[in-house]
Design a protein around this ligand. Structure first.
Ligand SMILES: [Zn+2]
Length: 277
């Protein structure tokens, strides 16, 4: 059983130093979109998809604009489907996709895997299908689910994972997963917890965006974040980023020998896991 760490969308964000800690106040910050591909007992499991083929080659006007703001190179070689092929698999081998949330940089690759089951937390599915405001309407793009994915909706029914509420464990043989709801970045934002023979790996998506936020020894926000985040993120839900950091730090302190953490966009965290093939 192998775990592949893929960058499925380089970003070069103006003011991004306040999000991911690289770059400068006036320089764009270069980051990644960290996706995970795992061999399971039932085909491949992909955690988040990054951006997809259509968004690279023929994006809608909105997506062209959004990807330009984020400084995306729109490099088709970075898409999950191209990396799956380079690793020697077929796109149809991806049987399961789990999403931390449905923002376009995490779900844009879904149409490249129309046969996969798409696992999503029920509150995020509700935000997607019954948006309540512009922050739920615009970052969720209909072209990313127009192919009518094979949804598998997960709900919390009282299970616990290291003191966090979670959805029931799904066992796929060599790997198992569950969702840990951490609302704030979006209504149904989750971390995806993967259990392998090496222990637990918690993909936190955009719950936090800079490794210093969950550093149990010297916790810190990225430079300028207090002022810049409020300028960039006018959305109330976005402003709650960081609410969960103290609980994640406590998780590392108490269970750091059993659980590893990563988020989506921090390049230094990605380098820790990435192994060139
Ligand atoms: Zn993101």
């Amino acid at each position: 059983m192998r775990i592949h760490h893929l960058n499925c969308g380089t970003i070069n964000v103006p003011g991004g130093v306040s999000l991911i800690g690289t770059g400068g106040l006036l320089r764009r910050a270069t980051g990644v979109t960290h996706c995970i591909l795992v061999e399971s007992g039932d085909g491949l499991l992909l955690v988040d998809t990054g951006i997809g083929t259509r968004d690279c080659l023929s994006p809608t006007i909105f997506m062209r604009w959004m990807l330009a703001i984020g400084g995306s190179p729109r490099d088709v070689h970075e898409t999950a489907i191209e990396q799956v092929k380079r690793l020697g698999y077929e796109p149809r081998d991806v049987h399961h996709i789990t999403l931390t949330h449905f923002h376009f940089d995490h779900a844009g690759g879904l149409p490249d895997f129309p046969h996969a089951k798409v696992h999503i937390y029920n509150k995020e599915y509700e935000a997607l299908t019954q948006p309540e405001d512009m922050y739920e309407r615009y970052p969720y793009r209909s072209e990313h689910w127009a192919h009518n994915p094979r949804w598998v909706i997960h709900e919390s029914v009282g299970d616990q994972w290291f003191g966090f509420d979670c959805t029931p464990l799904v066992d796929l043989g060599s790997i198992a997963f569950l969702f840990v709801p951490l609302p704030g970045h979006t209504r149904g934002n989750c971390a995806v917890a993967l259990r392998s023979q090496d222990g637990w790996l918690l993909h936190c998506g955009d719950t936090y965006t800079f490794h210093g936020e969950v550093d149990p020894v010297s916790p810190r926000l990225p430079p300028y974040s207090r002022s810049l985040r409020h300028l960039v993120n006018l959305n109330k839900a976005f402003r709650r980023i960081g609410d969960h950091s103290s609980r994640l730090r406590a998780l590392i302190v108490e269970h750091g020998d059993e659980v590893e953490l990563t988020c989506s966009h921090d390049p230094r965290e990605f380098e820790k896991f990435f192994e060139p093939t």
